[in-house]
Design a protein around this ligand. Sequence first.
Ligand code: F6P
Length: 543
Amino acid sequence: MGHLTMLPAWQTLRAHYDRIRNRHLRDLFAEDPGRAKRYTLEAAGLFLDYSKNRINDESLSGLLNLARERGVEAQRDAMLSGAHVNTSEDRPVLHTALRAPRNAIICANGHNVVPDVHEVLDHMSAFAQDIRSGTWRGFTGRPIRHIINIGIGGSFLGPQLVYEALKPFALAGLTCSFVANIDGAELANALQGKDPAETLFIIASKTFTTLETLTNARLAREWLIEGLGSQTAVARHCVAVSANVGAAVEFGIDAGNIFGFWDWVGGRYSVESAIGLAAMVAIGGDLFTQMLAGSRAMDEHFQGAPLDANMPVIMGLISLWYNNFFGAETLAILPYAHALARLPAYLQQLTMESNGKRVDAGGELVEVDTGPIVWGEPGVDGQHSFHQLLYQGTRLVPCDMIGFMEPLSRYHKSHDLLMASLFAQAEALAFGRTGEQLRALGVSPSRAKFEACEGNRPTNMLLGQRLDARTLGALIALYEHSVFVQGAIWGVDSFDQWGVELGKDMARQIIREMETGAVGAGHDPSTERLLARYMGARHAAQG
Ligand code: F6P
Protein backbone atom coordinates (compact mmCIF):
# COMPACT_ATOMS: atom_id res chain seq x y z
CA MET A 1 0.00 0.00 0.00
CA GLY A 2 3.00 2.29 0.07
CA HIS A 3 4.41 4.25 2.95
CA LEU A 4 1.66 5.75 5.06
CA THR A 5 3.75 8.53 6.51
CA MET A 6 5.02 9.58 3.08
CA LEU A 7 1.53 10.26 1.75
CA PRO A 8 0.78 13.92 0.98
CA ALA A 9 -2.25 13.78 3.29
CA TRP A 10 -0.16 12.43 6.16
CA GLN A 11 2.50 15.11 5.69
CA THR A 12 -0.16 17.82 5.54
CA LEU A 13 -1.71 16.51 8.73
CA ARG A 14 1.70 16.40 10.40
CA ALA A 15 2.29 20.07 9.64
CA HIS A 16 -1.24 20.95 10.69
CA TYR A 17 -0.81 19.02 13.93
CA ASP A 18 2.15 21.21 14.84
CA ARG A 19 -0.09 24.24 14.49
CA ILE A 20 -3.08 22.90 16.39
CA ARG A 21 -1.49 20.74 19.08
CA ASN A 22 -1.37 23.54 21.64
CA ARG A 23 -4.65 25.17 20.73
CA HIS A 24 -7.25 24.98 23.47
CA LEU A 25 -10.83 23.86 22.94
CA ARG A 26 -11.82 27.13 24.59
CA ASP A 27 -10.18 29.02 21.71
CA LEU A 28 -11.46 26.68 19.03
CA PHE A 29 -15.02 27.25 20.27
CA ALA A 30 -14.51 31.00 20.73
CA GLU A 31 -13.34 31.49 17.16
CA ASP A 32 -15.92 29.14 15.68
CA PRO A 33 -19.02 28.75 17.87
CA GLY A 34 -20.81 27.21 14.90
CA ARG A 35 -18.75 24.05 15.30
CA ALA A 36 -21.17 22.96 18.05
CA LYS A 37 -23.82 22.56 15.37
CA ARG A 38 -21.61 21.70 12.42
CA TYR A 39 -19.62 18.93 14.11
CA THR A 40 -22.61 16.70 14.68
CA LEU A 41 -24.04 13.76 12.80
CA GLU A 42 -27.11 11.58 12.96
CA ALA A 43 -27.27 8.03 11.73
CA ALA A 44 -29.37 4.96 12.46
CA GLY A 45 -30.95 6.60 15.52
CA LEU A 46 -27.64 7.75 17.01
CA PHE A 47 -26.59 11.35 17.39
CA LEU A 48 -22.88 12.17 17.55
CA ASP A 49 -21.50 15.48 18.80
CA TYR A 50 -17.80 15.48 17.94
CA SER A 51 -17.29 19.20 18.46
CA LYS A 52 -15.35 18.77 21.72
CA ASN A 53 -12.40 17.31 19.85
CA ARG A 54 -9.09 19.02 19.19
CA ILE A 55 -9.85 19.49 15.54
CA ASN A 56 -10.96 22.24 13.21
CA ASP A 57 -12.06 22.26 9.57
CA GLU A 58 -8.48 21.91 8.42
CA SER A 59 -7.90 18.85 10.62
CA LEU A 60 -11.07 17.27 9.30
CA SER A 61 -10.29 17.89 5.68
CA GLY A 62 -6.76 16.53 6.22
CA LEU A 63 -8.11 13.38 7.89
CA LEU A 64 -10.69 12.89 5.16
CA ASN A 65 -7.99 13.27 2.53
CA LEU A 66 -5.99 10.62 4.34
CA ALA A 67 -8.99 8.29 4.17
CA ARG A 68 -9.28 9.01 0.45
CA GLU A 69 -5.59 8.50 -0.24
CA ARG A 70 -5.70 5.17 1.61
CA GLY A 71 -8.71 4.07 -0.45
CA VAL A 72 -11.03 3.59 2.52
CA GLU A 73 -14.12 3.70 0.31
CA ALA A 74 -12.77 1.09 -2.08
CA GLN A 75 -11.69 -1.10 0.85
CA ARG A 76 -15.14 -0.74 2.41
CA ASP A 77 -16.85 -1.69 -0.85
CA ALA A 78 -14.52 -4.67 -1.22
CA MET A 79 -15.47 -5.91 2.25
CA LEU A 80 -19.18 -5.41 1.68
CA SER A 81 -19.08 -7.21 -1.66
CA GLY A 82 -17.47 -10.36 -0.26
CA ALA A 83 -13.89 -9.87 -1.45
CA HIS A 84 -11.25 -11.74 0.54
CA VAL A 85 -10.24 -8.79 2.69
CA ASN A 86 -9.05 -11.13 5.44
CA THR A 87 -5.94 -11.71 3.41
CA SER A 88 -3.84 -13.74 5.83
CA GLU A 89 -6.63 -16.31 6.09
CA ASP A 90 -7.81 -15.75 2.52
CA ARG A 91 -11.47 -15.23 3.52
CA PRO A 92 -14.31 -12.82 2.89
CA VAL A 93 -15.49 -10.74 5.84
CA LEU A 94 -19.25 -10.57 5.78
CA HIS A 95 -20.69 -9.92 9.21
CA THR A 96 -22.81 -7.31 7.41
CA ALA A 97 -24.57 -10.21 5.61
CA LEU A 98 -25.82 -11.40 9.01
CA ARG A 99 -28.26 -8.48 9.05
CA ALA A 100 -29.12 -8.38 5.35
CA PRO A 101 -32.81 -8.59 4.40
CA ARG A 102 -34.10 -11.89 3.03
CA ASN A 103 -34.15 -10.68 -0.56
CA ALA A 104 -30.57 -9.38 -0.59
CA ILE A 105 -27.89 -11.11 -2.60
CA ILE A 106 -24.44 -11.19 -1.04
CA CYS A 107 -21.96 -13.70 -2.32
CA ALA A 108 -19.07 -15.34 -0.56
CA ASN A 109 -16.93 -17.33 -2.95
CA GLY A 110 -19.66 -17.15 -5.60
CA HIS A 111 -22.42 -18.41 -3.30
CA ASN A 112 -25.31 -16.22 -2.10
CA VAL A 113 -25.10 -16.49 1.67
CA VAL A 114 -28.29 -14.60 2.55
CA PRO A 115 -30.65 -17.63 2.36
CA ASP A 116 -28.24 -19.55 4.63
CA VAL A 117 -28.22 -16.67 7.11
CA HIS A 118 -32.01 -16.58 7.25
CA GLU A 119 -32.33 -20.33 7.51
CA VAL A 120 -30.21 -20.22 10.67
CA LEU A 121 -32.06 -17.17 12.00
CA ASP A 122 -35.37 -18.99 11.51
CA HIS A 123 -34.00 -22.05 13.27
CA MET A 124 -32.81 -19.86 16.16
CA SER A 125 -36.15 -18.06 16.42
CA ALA A 126 -38.10 -21.30 16.49
CA PHE A 127 -35.79 -22.72 19.13
CA ALA A 128 -35.94 -19.53 21.22
CA GLN A 129 -39.71 -19.58 21.03
CA ASP A 130 -39.84 -23.25 22.09
CA ILE A 131 -37.72 -22.53 25.15
CA ARG A 132 -39.59 -19.34 26.05
CA SER A 133 -43.02 -20.92 25.68
CA GLY A 134 -42.06 -24.06 27.58
CA THR A 135 -42.66 -26.24 24.52
CA TRP A 136 -39.10 -27.47 24.73
CA ARG A 137 -38.93 -29.71 27.77
CA GLY A 138 -35.96 -31.07 29.60
CA PHE A 139 -35.27 -34.78 30.07
CA THR A 140 -37.67 -35.08 33.00
CA GLY A 141 -40.39 -33.08 31.28
CA ARG A 142 -39.78 -29.82 33.07
CA PRO A 143 -39.47 -26.52 31.17
CA ILE A 144 -36.11 -24.78 30.92
CA ARG A 145 -35.57 -21.95 33.40
CA HIS A 146 -31.82 -21.43 33.14
CA ILE A 147 -29.65 -20.85 30.09
CA ILE A 148 -25.89 -21.16 30.52
CA ASN A 149 -23.77 -20.06 27.58
CA ILE A 150 -20.36 -21.72 27.54
CA GLY A 151 -17.98 -19.86 25.25
CA ILE A 152 -15.14 -17.35 25.34
CA GLY A 153 -13.95 -14.28 23.41
CA GLY A 154 -16.43 -13.42 20.70
CA SER A 155 -18.49 -16.45 21.71
CA PHE A 156 -19.08 -14.80 25.08
CA LEU A 157 -18.59 -11.03 25.03
CA GLY A 158 -21.14 -10.35 22.29
CA PRO A 159 -24.07 -12.38 23.63
CA GLN A 160 -23.31 -11.21 27.15
CA LEU A 161 -23.31 -7.56 26.04
CA VAL A 162 -26.66 -7.97 24.31
CA TYR A 163 -28.21 -9.87 27.19
CA GLU A 164 -27.07 -7.38 29.81
CA ALA A 165 -28.00 -4.36 27.69
CA LEU A 166 -31.47 -5.62 26.87
CA LYS A 167 -32.22 -7.37 30.17
CA PRO A 168 -35.15 -5.03 30.88
CA PHE A 169 -36.84 -6.66 27.87
CA ALA A 170 -35.88 -10.24 28.76
CA LEU A 171 -38.39 -12.91 29.67
CA ALA A 172 -38.98 -12.94 33.40
CA GLY A 173 -38.30 -16.25 35.07
CA LEU A 174 -35.60 -17.33 32.62
CA THR A 175 -32.05 -16.71 33.84
CA CYS A 176 -29.12 -16.43 31.51
CA SER A 177 -25.52 -16.78 32.62
CA PHE A 178 -22.17 -16.97 30.89
CA VAL A 179 -19.19 -19.16 31.60
CA ALA A 180 -16.03 -18.23 29.76
CA ASN A 181 -13.07 -18.69 32.06
CA ILE A 182 -11.37 -22.05 32.49
CA ASP A 183 -11.24 -21.22 36.19
CA GLY A 184 -13.61 -23.85 37.56
CA ALA A 185 -14.85 -21.29 40.06
CA GLU A 186 -16.78 -19.55 37.32
CA LEU A 187 -18.55 -22.73 36.24
CA ALA A 188 -19.20 -23.72 39.85
CA ASN A 189 -20.71 -20.32 40.47
CA ALA A 190 -22.98 -20.60 37.43
CA LEU A 191 -24.14 -24.09 38.43
CA GLN A 192 -24.79 -23.17 42.02
CA GLY A 193 -28.43 -23.56 42.94
CA LYS A 194 -29.43 -24.68 39.44
CA ASP A 195 -31.46 -27.76 38.83
CA PRO A 196 -30.07 -29.78 35.90
CA ALA A 197 -33.63 -30.71 34.93
CA GLU A 198 -34.33 -27.04 34.18
CA THR A 199 -30.95 -26.00 32.77
CA LEU A 200 -29.89 -25.76 29.13
CA PHE A 201 -26.29 -25.25 28.02
CA ILE A 202 -25.42 -23.47 24.81
CA ILE A 203 -21.90 -24.50 23.81
CA ALA A 204 -20.76 -21.60 21.66
CA SER A 205 -17.50 -21.94 19.80
CA LYS A 206 -16.77 -20.99 16.23
CA THR A 207 -13.93 -23.51 15.94
CA PHE A 208 -15.16 -25.99 18.56
CA THR A 209 -11.54 -26.54 19.49
CA THR A 210 -11.11 -23.87 22.19
CA LEU A 211 -9.60 -25.45 25.31
CA GLU A 212 -11.50 -23.32 27.82
CA THR A 213 -14.86 -23.91 26.18
CA LEU A 214 -14.44 -27.64 25.61
CA THR A 215 -13.20 -28.16 29.16
CA ASN A 216 -16.20 -26.34 30.61
CA ALA A 217 -18.55 -28.11 28.21
CA ARG A 218 -17.29 -31.53 29.31
CA LEU A 219 -17.72 -30.59 32.97
CA ALA A 220 -21.23 -29.34 32.24
CA ARG A 221 -22.04 -32.64 30.50
CA GLU A 222 -20.79 -34.57 33.56
CA TRP A 223 -22.93 -32.37 35.81
CA LEU A 224 -25.98 -33.11 33.68
CA ILE A 225 -25.39 -36.86 33.57
CA GLU A 226 -24.76 -36.97 37.30
CA GLY A 227 -27.81 -34.87 38.08
CA LEU A 228 -30.22 -36.53 35.67
CA GLY A 229 -28.82 -40.04 35.90
CA SER A 230 -28.66 -40.68 32.18
CA GLN A 231 -26.37 -40.13 29.24
CA THR A 232 -29.34 -39.58 26.94
CA ALA A 233 -30.40 -36.55 29.00
CA VAL A 234 -27.57 -34.57 27.43
CA ALA A 235 -29.37 -34.12 24.11
CA ARG A 236 -32.27 -32.27 25.79
CA HIS A 237 -29.96 -30.01 27.77
CA CYS A 238 -27.12 -29.15 25.41
CA VAL A 239 -27.17 -27.36 22.08
CA ALA A 240 -24.21 -25.98 20.16
CA VAL A 241 -23.35 -22.98 18.03
CA SER A 242 -20.41 -23.51 15.75
CA ALA A 243 -18.91 -23.18 12.31
CA ASN A 244 -17.41 -26.64 12.90
CA VAL A 245 -20.53 -28.79 12.89
CA GLY A 246 -18.54 -32.04 12.65
CA ALA A 247 -16.73 -31.36 15.94
CA ALA A 248 -19.98 -30.43 17.69
CA VAL A 249 -21.59 -33.71 16.55
CA GLU A 250 -18.54 -35.60 17.74
CA PHE A 251 -18.92 -33.93 21.12
CA GLY A 252 -22.36 -35.50 21.35
CA ILE A 253 -24.74 -32.74 20.35
CA ASP A 254 -27.72 -33.76 18.20
CA ALA A 255 -27.12 -32.55 14.63
CA GLY A 256 -30.58 -30.94 14.70
CA ASN A 257 -29.56 -28.83 17.68
CA ILE A 258 -26.47 -27.33 16.15
CA PHE A 259 -26.77 -23.76 14.94
CA GLY A 260 -24.23 -23.10 12.26
CA PHE A 261 -22.30 -20.14 11.04
CA TRP A 262 -19.48 -19.60 8.62
CA ASP A 263 -15.80 -18.87 8.40
CA TRP A 264 -16.55 -15.45 6.89
CA VAL A 265 -17.86 -14.32 10.28
CA GLY A 266 -15.00 -13.42 12.62
CA GLY A 267 -15.43 -14.39 16.29
CA ARG A 268 -15.51 -10.76 17.46
CA TYR A 269 -17.99 -9.91 14.70
CA SER A 270 -20.27 -12.87 15.41
CA VAL A 271 -22.79 -11.57 17.96
CA GLU A 272 -25.49 -11.31 15.29
CA SER A 273 -24.85 -14.83 14.02
CA ALA A 274 -26.08 -17.90 15.90
CA ILE A 275 -23.50 -16.95 18.56
CA GLY A 276 -26.17 -14.55 19.81
CA LEU A 277 -28.52 -17.48 20.55
CA ALA A 278 -28.41 -17.13 24.36
CA ALA A 279 -29.37 -13.47 24.07
CA MET A 280 -32.09 -14.30 21.57
CA VAL A 281 -33.63 -16.89 23.88
CA ALA A 282 -33.70 -14.25 26.63
CA ILE A 283 -35.08 -11.33 24.63
CA GLY A 284 -37.01 -13.22 21.93
CA GLY A 285 -36.66 -13.43 18.16
CA ASP A 286 -38.49 -10.15 17.46
CA LEU A 287 -36.12 -8.01 19.48
CA PHE A 288 -33.14 -9.84 18.02
CA THR A 289 -34.50 -8.96 14.57
CA GLN A 290 -34.79 -5.33 15.65
CA MET A 291 -31.16 -5.37 16.72
CA LEU A 292 -30.21 -6.65 13.26
CA ALA A 293 -32.28 -3.84 11.73
CA GLY A 294 -30.36 -1.28 13.79
CA SER A 295 -27.05 -2.68 12.59
CA ARG A 296 -28.33 -2.77 9.01
CA ALA A 297 -29.31 0.89 9.21
CA MET A 298 -25.76 1.73 10.31
CA ASP A 299 -24.33 -0.50 7.54
CA GLU A 300 -26.40 1.40 4.98
CA HIS A 301 -25.22 4.70 6.38
CA PHE A 302 -21.59 3.52 6.33
CA GLN A 303 -21.96 2.34 2.75
CA GLY A 304 -23.89 5.33 1.40
CA ALA A 305 -22.99 8.49 3.31
CA PRO A 306 -20.22 10.69 1.96
CA LEU A 307 -17.05 10.40 4.00
CA ASP A 308 -17.46 13.80 5.63
CA ALA A 309 -20.94 12.90 6.91
CA ASN A 310 -20.19 9.28 7.73
CA MET A 311 -20.32 8.54 11.44
CA PRO A 312 -18.05 5.47 11.57
CA VAL A 313 -15.56 7.23 9.27
CA ILE A 314 -15.49 10.38 11.40
CA MET A 315 -15.15 8.42 14.63
CA GLY A 316 -12.42 6.22 13.19
CA LEU A 317 -10.50 9.23 11.91
CA ILE A 318 -10.76 11.10 15.20
CA SER A 319 -9.51 8.07 17.09
CA LEU A 320 -6.58 7.76 14.69
CA TRP A 321 -5.86 11.49 15.03
CA TYR A 322 -5.24 11.19 18.77
CA ASN A 323 -3.45 7.88 18.46
CA ASN A 324 -1.04 8.74 15.66
CA PHE A 325 -0.58 12.48 16.03
CA PHE A 326 -1.18 13.31 19.69
CA GLY A 327 0.38 10.03 20.84
CA ALA A 328 -2.65 9.09 22.96
CA GLU A 329 -2.28 5.43 23.81
CA THR A 330 -5.74 4.68 25.07
CA LEU A 331 -9.39 5.32 24.39
CA ALA A 332 -11.88 5.36 27.26
CA ILE A 333 -15.41 4.09 26.66
CA LEU A 334 -17.75 5.61 29.23
CA PRO A 335 -21.36 4.51 28.82
CA TYR A 336 -23.75 6.52 30.97
CA ALA A 337 -26.09 3.55 31.02
CA HIS A 338 -25.47 0.82 33.51
CA ALA A 339 -26.85 -1.77 31.13
CA LEU A 340 -23.84 -1.10 28.88
CA ALA A 341 -21.38 -2.02 31.62
CA ARG A 342 -19.94 -4.75 29.39
CA LEU A 343 -19.53 -2.50 26.35
CA PRO A 344 -15.90 -1.61 27.18
CA ALA A 345 -14.99 -5.31 27.45
CA TYR A 346 -16.80 -6.05 24.19
CA LEU A 347 -15.01 -3.19 22.44
CA GLN A 348 -11.67 -4.29 23.83
CA GLN A 349 -11.88 -7.50 21.82
CA LEU A 350 -13.38 -5.80 18.79
CA THR A 351 -10.74 -3.09 18.68
CA MET A 352 -7.64 -4.68 20.11
CA GLU A 353 -7.95 -8.12 18.50
CA SER A 354 -8.74 -6.45 15.18
CA ASN A 355 -6.14 -3.70 15.06
CA GLY A 356 -3.52 -4.80 17.58
CA LYS A 357 -1.16 -5.58 14.70
CA ARG A 358 2.48 -4.73 14.08
CA VAL A 359 2.70 -5.82 10.47
CA ASP A 360 0.50 -4.72 7.61
CA ALA A 361 -1.46 -6.99 5.32
CA GLY A 362 1.66 -7.36 3.18
CA GLY A 363 3.70 -8.57 6.16
CA GLU A 364 5.74 -5.36 6.43
CA LEU A 365 6.21 -3.56 9.76
CA VAL A 366 3.72 -0.72 10.15
CA GLU A 367 5.35 2.64 10.68
CA VAL A 368 2.95 4.07 13.23
CA ASP A 369 1.07 2.91 16.30
CA THR A 370 -1.99 0.83 15.51
CA GLY A 371 -5.01 -0.09 17.67
CA PRO A 372 -5.37 1.99 20.82
CA ILE A 373 -5.78 0.37 24.22
CA VAL A 374 -9.49 0.43 24.97
CA TRP A 375 -10.80 0.51 28.49
CA GLY A 376 -13.68 1.94 30.45
CA GLU A 377 -16.43 1.59 32.99
CA PRO A 378 -19.98 2.82 33.23
CA GLY A 379 -20.10 6.57 33.62
CA VAL A 380 -20.56 8.03 37.10
CA ASP A 381 -18.84 4.97 38.65
CA GLY A 382 -15.66 6.13 36.92
CA GLN A 383 -16.14 9.70 38.11
CA HIS A 384 -15.49 8.54 41.65
CA SER A 385 -12.41 6.62 40.65
CA PHE A 386 -10.27 7.28 37.57
CA HIS A 387 -11.69 10.56 36.29
CA GLN A 388 -9.12 12.34 38.48
CA LEU A 389 -6.47 11.21 36.01
CA LEU A 390 -8.60 12.29 33.07
CA TYR A 391 -8.82 15.81 34.50
CA GLN A 392 -5.41 16.42 36.00
CA GLY A 393 -3.16 13.55 34.94
CA THR A 394 -0.29 14.02 32.52
CA ARG A 395 -1.76 11.82 29.81
CA LEU A 396 -4.24 12.63 27.11
CA VAL A 397 -7.16 10.20 27.25
CA PRO A 398 -9.82 10.71 24.58
CA CYS A 399 -13.22 9.48 25.76
CA ASP A 400 -16.34 8.23 24.03
CA MET A 401 -19.31 9.07 26.22
CA ILE A 402 -22.65 7.44 25.57
CA GLY A 403 -26.06 8.38 26.94
CA PHE A 404 -29.77 8.05 26.29
CA MET A 405 -32.70 10.46 26.43
CA GLU A 406 -35.13 8.07 28.08
CA PRO A 407 -34.47 5.93 31.12
CA LEU A 408 -35.16 2.22 31.17
CA SER A 409 -36.44 2.41 34.70
CA ARG A 410 -39.20 4.38 36.34
CA TYR A 411 -36.62 6.47 38.21
CA HIS A 412 -36.78 9.57 36.02
CA LYS A 413 -35.14 11.83 38.58
CA SER A 414 -32.15 9.48 38.75
CA HIS A 415 -31.96 9.61 34.98
CA ASP A 416 -31.81 13.40 35.03
CA LEU A 417 -28.94 13.20 37.50
CA LEU A 418 -27.17 10.63 35.35
CA MET A 419 -27.50 12.77 32.23
CA ALA A 420 -26.52 15.92 34.10
CA SER A 421 -23.33 14.11 35.12
CA LEU A 422 -22.69 13.05 31.54
CA PHE A 423 -23.01 16.56 30.13
CA ALA A 424 -21.09 18.08 33.02
CA GLN A 425 -18.18 15.69 32.61
CA ALA A 426 -17.80 16.41 28.91
CA GLU A 427 -18.02 20.16 29.53
CA ALA A 428 -15.60 20.10 32.45
CA LEU A 429 -13.10 17.91 30.61
CA ALA A 430 -13.15 20.20 27.59
CA PHE A 431 -13.12 23.59 29.26
CA GLY A 432 -11.67 22.93 32.70
CA ARG A 433 -11.46 25.64 35.34
CA THR A 434 -8.42 27.86 35.30
CA GLY A 435 -6.55 29.30 38.27
CA GLU A 436 -7.88 32.68 37.31
CA GLN A 437 -11.48 31.45 37.37
CA LEU A 438 -10.89 29.81 40.71
CA ARG A 439 -9.42 32.97 42.18
CA ALA A 440 -12.44 34.90 40.92
CA LEU A 441 -14.53 32.41 42.89
CA GLY A 442 -12.56 33.27 46.00
CA VAL A 443 -10.15 30.35 46.03
CA SER A 444 -6.73 31.31 47.39
CA PRO A 445 -3.88 31.36 44.86
CA SER A 446 -1.99 28.64 46.74
CA ARG A 447 -5.05 26.39 46.70
CA ALA A 448 -5.96 27.24 43.11
CA LYS A 449 -2.72 25.61 41.96
CA PHE A 450 -4.08 22.25 43.05
CA GLU A 451 -7.67 22.77 42.03
CA ALA A 452 -7.06 24.09 38.55
CA CYS A 453 -8.09 21.82 35.68
CA GLU A 454 -6.60 22.90 32.43
CA GLY A 455 -9.29 21.26 30.29
CA ASN A 456 -8.66 20.57 26.60
CA ARG A 457 -9.55 16.90 27.20
CA PRO A 458 -11.47 15.66 24.16
CA THR A 459 -14.68 13.67 24.11
CA ASN A 460 -17.14 12.27 21.62
CA MET A 461 -20.73 12.41 22.79
CA LEU A 462 -23.03 9.69 21.45
CA LEU A 463 -26.72 9.96 22.26
CA GLY A 464 -29.61 7.65 21.51
CA GLN A 465 -33.30 7.98 22.27
CA ARG A 466 -33.27 4.94 24.51
CA LEU A 467 -31.23 1.82 24.93
CA ASP A 468 -33.34 -0.61 22.93
CA ALA A 469 -32.51 -3.43 20.56
CA ARG A 470 -32.35 -1.25 17.47
CA THR A 471 -30.08 1.32 19.06
CA LEU A 472 -27.81 -1.39 20.41
CA GLY A 473 -27.51 -2.90 16.93
CA ALA A 474 -26.59 0.51 15.51
CA LEU A 475 -23.99 1.05 18.23
CA ILE A 476 -22.37 -2.33 17.59
CA ALA A 477 -22.15 -1.70 13.83
CA LEU A 478 -20.86 1.84 14.41
CA TYR A 479 -17.84 0.56 16.31
CA GLU A 480 -17.30 -2.36 13.91
CA HIS A 481 -17.02 0.07 11.02
CA SER A 482 -14.97 2.62 12.94
CA VAL A 483 -12.45 -0.13 13.70
CA PHE A 484 -12.52 -1.08 10.01
CA VAL A 485 -11.75 2.47 8.91
CA GLN A 486 -8.71 2.66 11.16
CA GLY A 487 -7.42 -0.74 10.05
CA ALA A 488 -7.92 0.26 6.41
CA ILE A 489 -5.77 3.35 6.89
CA TRP A 490 -3.01 1.45 8.67
CA GLY A 491 -3.25 -1.26 6.01
CA VAL A 492 -3.45 -4.09 8.55
CA ASP A 493 -5.60 -7.21 8.30
CA SER A 494 -8.22 -6.35 10.93
CA PHE A 495 -9.76 -9.80 10.71
CA ASP A 496 -7.06 -12.24 11.77
CA GLN A 497 -5.63 -12.78 15.28
CA TRP A 498 -2.45 -14.78 14.93
CA GLY A 499 -0.92 -13.26 18.05
CA VAL A 500 -3.20 -15.17 20.39
CA GLU A 501 -1.94 -18.52 19.09
CA LEU A 502 1.47 -18.39 20.78
CA GLY A 503 0.07 -18.34 24.31
CA LYS A 504 -2.36 -21.16 23.46
CA ASP A 505 0.50 -23.25 22.10
CA MET A 506 2.61 -22.76 25.20
CA ALA A 507 -0.31 -23.54 27.51
CA ARG A 508 -0.87 -26.81 25.65
CA GLN A 509 2.78 -27.72 26.14
CA ILE A 510 2.71 -26.93 29.87
CA ILE A 511 -0.51 -28.89 30.35
CA ARG A 512 1.13 -31.90 28.65
CA GLU A 513 4.09 -31.58 30.99
CA MET A 514 1.85 -31.40 34.04
CA GLU A 515 -0.02 -34.49 32.91
CA THR A 516 3.14 -36.50 32.33
CA GLY A 517 4.93 -35.11 35.37
CA ALA A 518 7.86 -34.03 33.17
CA VAL A 519 7.58 -30.41 34.17
CA GLY A 520 10.32 -27.90 33.69
CA ALA A 521 12.33 -29.13 30.77
CA GLY A 522 13.03 -26.60 28.08
CA HIS A 523 11.56 -23.49 29.72
CA ASP A 524 13.33 -20.33 30.74
CA PRO A 525 14.59 -20.37 34.36
CA SER A 526 11.80 -18.12 35.62
CA THR A 527 9.02 -20.28 34.15
CA GLU A 528 10.77 -23.45 35.36
CA ARG A 529 10.82 -22.17 38.92
CA LEU A 530 7.21 -21.03 38.78
CA LEU A 531 6.11 -24.42 37.49
CA ALA A 532 8.15 -26.23 40.13
CA ARG A 533 6.57 -24.06 42.80
CA TYR A 534 3.06 -24.80 41.53
CA MET A 535 3.63 -28.54 41.17
CA GLY A 536 5.16 -28.66 44.65
CA ALA A 537 2.13 -26.91 46.13
CA ARG A 538 -0.21 -29.19 44.21
CA HIS A 539 1.52 -32.37 45.43
CA ALA A 540 1.52 -31.04 48.99
CA ALA A 541 -2.21 -30.26 48.78
CA GLN A 542 -2.94 -33.75 47.49
CA GLY A 543 -0.91 -35.25 50.36
O1 F6P B 1 -8.26 -16.90 21.00
C1 F6P B 1 -8.96 -15.86 20.39
C2 F6P B 1 -10.21 -16.37 19.78
O2 F6P B 1 -9.92 -17.12 18.66
C3 F6P B 1 -11.16 -15.24 19.44
O3 F6P B 1 -10.89 -14.64 18.24
C4 F6P B 1 -12.48 -15.94 19.49
O4 F6P B 1 -13.55 -15.04 19.59
C5 F6P B 1 -12.29 -16.79 20.72
O5 F6P B 1 -10.94 -17.19 20.67
C6 F6P B 1 -13.19 -17.98 20.84
O6 F6P B 1 -13.04 -18.84 19.76
P1 F6P B 1 -14.12 -19.95 19.45
O7 F6P B 1 -15.41 -19.28 19.22
O8 F6P B 1 -13.59 -20.65 18.23
O9 F6P B 1 -14.17 -20.88 20.65
